[in-house]
Design a protein around this ligand. Structure first.
Ligand code: ATP
Ligand code: MG
Length: 356
């Protein structure tokens, strides 16, 4: 990571709501773009890593764009399996967590052609060497289900730059793994602005900044990054029994004394952190309370905390799930708004590039 990425600390001790992102200036002056791949149900890593911040920012009046990154599904797999189902489940999770489609523009990027067209000029702005040394892409290749690495795998961070820049977002609430991609988006914006300024010297794109939460990399039940497609996640929409089962199977260690040591005991620390986030307490305090109770007591605490925390969200999710037509309408309306914004940006890009 270079010094180009500016991260804004997402929490402040005196913030009105715990975990509230700190925007020192007028929230309505900002536009946020974030999103997820429709590869499976959202999990607690998403919630504490970015989704909670999205809702808080929306509620502060920030203009919110949320992309269902459907083309990104085929970066690391041959086909987009159960795409419609996963897309609906993402929208369900968004709405259940508190995103409001009246205020937030929720759309699939495949439904916005002008956004995708930006990929062409943007690809000309980065070198193959830059694309191939991206550490997140390397990690994803290691976990890929494909036998060969596709061109889309190397270029998807540039596509993600198009997701961010088409709507001129200046803030991007993400998990830690996304920081290299944000650096690509900043590089693309900077180089485009340098190469193609307006006649009056003004520039087309703002430089987007990452907004990291205080849980930028939640670990899964195997001690690795919690991920939809690694079988190590606690889905937001899981039942209480499923949640208990997943947590019971989590990898811990033989030391009965529970402490919070993310470096030497990542499995235990990941569980302690989950309970702490759900209880809105310091992880050290949660660990101390469990003390010599061992992994069984830790897992009981985590299960109870997670289930209690998610209960209202899961109830809302079940209500919303009854109306699939509404979910499709949310995506339809979002795509309409996103298309208007993308068409305007593409027209501006064509103009500064001298297209006829
Ligand atoms: P997949 O396994 O299909 O890649 P994923 O779980 O990594 O799924 P993405 O859709 O790739 O989820 O990521 C969506 C957003 O959620 C990104 O901003 C990412 O940084 C964030 N995120 C994902 N996993 C975590 C995690 N474990 N902790 C914090 N943030 C996370
Ligand atoms: Mg991912």
């Amino acid at each position: 990571m270079t010094a180009e990425i500016i991260t804004i600390t997402a929490t402040a001790p005196d913030a009105a709501a715990a975990g509230a992102p700190v925007l020192t200036d007028d929230p309505t002056a900002h536009r946020v773009l974030t999103g997820d791949r429709p590869t499976g149900p959202l999990h607690l890593g998403h919630y504490f890593g970015t989704l909670r911040n999205r809702v808080l920012l929306q509620d502060q009046g920030v203009d919110m764009f949320v992309v269902v990154a459907d083309y990104q599904v085929i970066t690391d797999r041959d086909i987009a399996d159960r795409l419609a189902e996963h897309t609906e489940s993402l929208v369900l999770d968004y709405l259940a967590a508190g995103l409001d489609p009246e205020r937030a523009t929720i759309f699939a990027h495949s439904a916005v052609p002008a956004l995708n067209q930006l990929l062409l000029p943007f690809l000309s702005l980065v070198s193959v060497a830059e694309l191939s040394r991206n550490p997140t892409v390397k990690d994803e290749i290691a976990h890929s289900r494909q036998s060969a690495v596709s061109g889309l795998m190397f270029t998807y961070p540039v596509h993600q730059a198009a997701d961010i820049l088409f709507c001129k977002a200046d803030l991007v609430p993400v998990g830690q793994d996304q920081l290299p991609h944000l650096e690509v988006a900043r590089t693309v914006a900077r180089r485009f602005n340098e190469r193609y300024p307006h006649a009056d010297g003004s520039v087309v794109f703002p430089l987007p900044q990452a907004l990291l939460s205080d849980a930028p990399m939640l670990l899964g039940t195997d001690g690795g990054k919690m991920s939809k497609s690694r079988g190590n996640a606690i889905p937001l929409g899981a039942t209480e029994d499923e949640t208990a089962r997943i947590i019971r199977a989590a990898r811990t260690d033989a030391d009965r004394h529970i402490d919070y040591d993310p470096v030497d005991r990542p499995g235990v620390a990941g569980l302690v952190l989950l309970a702490a986030l759900c209880q809105d307490r310091a992880p050290e305090a949660v660990a101390e309370e469990i003390g010599d109770g061992g992994a069984a007591a830790l897992k009981r605490t985590v299960t109870e905390s997670v289930n209690e925390y998610l209960r209202p969200m899961r109830a809302r999710r079940a209500e919303l799930a009854a109306d699939r037509g509404h979910l499709r309408q949310v995506l339809h309306d979002g795509a309409e708004r996103a298309n208007a914004v993308a068409d305007a940006t593409l027209a501006e890009v064509r103009e500064v590039m001298g297209a006829i």
